[in-house]
Design a protein around this ligand. Sequence first.
Ligand code: CS2
Length: 450
Amino acid sequence: MTQLNAASLGTVRGHVITPAYDRKSRGIGIVHLGLGAFHKAHQAFYTDAAMAADGGGWKIIGVSMRNEKIAADFNAQDGLFTLVDRGINGATAQVIGSIDQALCAASQPEEVLAALCAPNVRVVTITVTEKGYGIDRTSGGVDLQNPTIAHDLDQTNAPVGALGLMVTALRTRRANGCAPFTVLCCDNLPDNGAFVRSGLIDFAKQWDTDLAGWIAEHVACPSSMVDRITPAQTPATCAFAQELTGTEDILAIETESFHQWVIEDHFPTGRPTWEAAGAIFTDDVAPFEKMKLRLLNGSHSLIAYLGLLHGKTYVRDVMADPALVALVRDHLKAATATLPPMPDMDLVQYCDDLIERFRNPNIAHETFQIATDGSEKLPQRIFAPAVDALGADQSLRAFALATAAWMWFCRSEVHEINDPRAELLRSAARNDTPAQMLSAFEAIHGLFPE
Ligand code: CS2
């Protein structure tokens, strides 16, 4: 079987969508940090549509933060990969051409810095997950105990983390008289533009207050809300993609049909026309972000922990159990009551659509995958709406259930805990009494709100 690459692109089956533009003639305009499944199904997909719709040079250099193999696999396929859209009623395959080449930050910091310093790179998009920034959520500044931050502050020429790479590159751009790039955080964090901005400024401050001031004045960090349910790749993903395209693809990924991107329109040096794939540009992303974090992600976390406690492997298995679905609906109702008014959004419909998305029988989304990094996710998904509910004298029951399910998961001997604070969580959860358990959780820095 032929492997997918630029030379074999013409041989993929006729019904497969392929890049509708000449890839060779398009320049590079974006560096993306965090070359995972979500980036492939979301920003790479939107950028592919943008380049098909107009003449811009917005190809992406994809940077895997640690995984050399992913970068090598991308380069072996000339950046091409198959995106399989698995709707409720069928599947379509599309070859995405927006990624030009890939690098690995851990082993190629100089090449990544060179890419970030190129004047034609005008936007840096990021999906490094909640924990990937090394920012202390309580202060908004860098966490000096974080090993990547400590390493990057020390090794001023060979950074490996997202903040270190960007600040080092911005320092060079400033010295070269080159305009800064716009930084677009695409992780599921509240006010994610302001979040990354305060991390960049505080990182720079550790070296040079002038540089920090220049970043504060000149670097745009628009906020954005991203959404598309995308499970991790499995061998079944590649086999299914091969069936559809007639080509071997080690980078294939499956995703749902639904996708949403709401972006604050602040790009001083330009941006792709992501509207081509339906992106919404607005002045205020906050209500959309809150809606998505509290409704989709909040109930996702509930589904993950309840599901694992009930032996359910996939989200769709949880959604096949009426008793659990009733709890998900209760959660959605309680979380909706904490949202600000959204005159143009039908939140009841949004919740009904979420139930259908979670039920999608063609998406095998593991509860264990979503259960990862609970201590990084629950503050914005569960605790923040709980605080608002408390302030508005609303019931806390739904949020208490989600918190309890997570604590029970942390206590379980059956499941591995993938979380930067796994040890602390496990020892807090294994206390004898609920009161001891609670005070041990409360003692974990920055986890529970005051
Ligand atoms: C999920 C998200 O893994 C998780 O924590 O809740 O990745 C979710 O699938 C995406 O945010 C959907 O847009």
